[in-house]
Write a protein that binds this ligand. Sequence first.
Ligand code: ZN
Length: 418
Amino acid sequence: MPDAMTPAAAPMLLRDGLVGGRRQDIAIRDGRIERVGAGLDATGHETLDVTDRLVLPGFVESHIHPDKAFIADRTQGLRAGGPTPQTLVAELKKRFTVEDVYQRARRVVELAVRHGCTTMRAHVEVDAFVELRGVEALRRLQADVAGALDLRLIAFAQEGIFHDAVTKSLLTEALKAGLETLGGCPYMDDDQRAHIDWFFETAQAFGVPLDFHADSADDPALLTTDYIAEQTLARGMQGRVTLGHLCMLDVLEPAHRARVIDRVREAGIHVISLPATELHVKGRADATRTWRGVTRIAELREAGINVSISTNNIVNPFTPYGHPDLLRQALVTAMAAHLGNLDQLAWLPELITTNPARALSLSGYGLAPGCHADLVVLDARDAAQAITEQAEKLYVIKGGRVVARTTRTTELSIDRRG
Ligand SMILES: [Zn+2]
């Protein structure tokens, strides 16, 4: 939503875009979609010709780490027998300043907006190493970019909560400072259940939703998803809990996996898969059949669970080639998760639009009249072409205002005759 400093955008009409598979116009006024239909009257509207270009609601990054982006050049990265990415980043994090975090996170936001993102929920690490410097930087960024991006923040315990005496109180301070979600990481503590219990109790005390990095490993003995689902139900938090990773689902026996998926559905838990990071980090010590770690996206979706994908890491030891472009994540997902038939390519965009919007409880999201005018216009006729060709995002519109416009030109000279 535009902030008070942003001048009100003039009424706008997108002419002849492809909306829901049909050529239609979209009229926008006062930051909202006013009408959708063929041959709308453009009087009083500024017109954008988007003939036969695919129009989607703005992309939603639901799990991303701008505070530790663009630090790959400060480390050697992953190598056989070397430190984990968590260890490498923990060391670097001690020296993060507010300004350093702000500048790197701002670069993430600028790239994300240019690539069609209109809403982002970002993890902000809070611990003994970085204390609240990331919170300060991201809160400032949230205000500075409010007209172009709805930036929501998670107070995130990347280092666990039982290794020092300050992290728990820093997390509650971050919530008091206005962070909207509480984020846990059970596998960083020895007692995963005690970790999960503290997060549920604290989230309930503050009335905020929960997000866990969960079950990122491949040892079924460490599974926590079933316990998180049980707690979600017991505490009446259905629809307010999100789990990222869930790599472990892939290695469970099918009958066990089906039982866990049933509990996830019953608990109304949202799942976010992070394929680029899994492909980079997982299975590095496997002597045969290097496990790729991506969760069972199609199986979860078929079971009726709300599944999204997100970028996660950007140019750091977790994903040195990470880039905040959700259309790229759709292609990575298609390749990593066996999602290539025409039906699957047609629904993949839901994983970067309507599904994460639901996970974040966004209101007024979509292409219907009355929704926020948060849109992306792609240089493609359908989802399969957009993903396959990595189509350009011609226009990104936030709250009825064009916040990014990109054109690519190619001069092709093949046929020498004539
Ligand atoms: Zn993450």
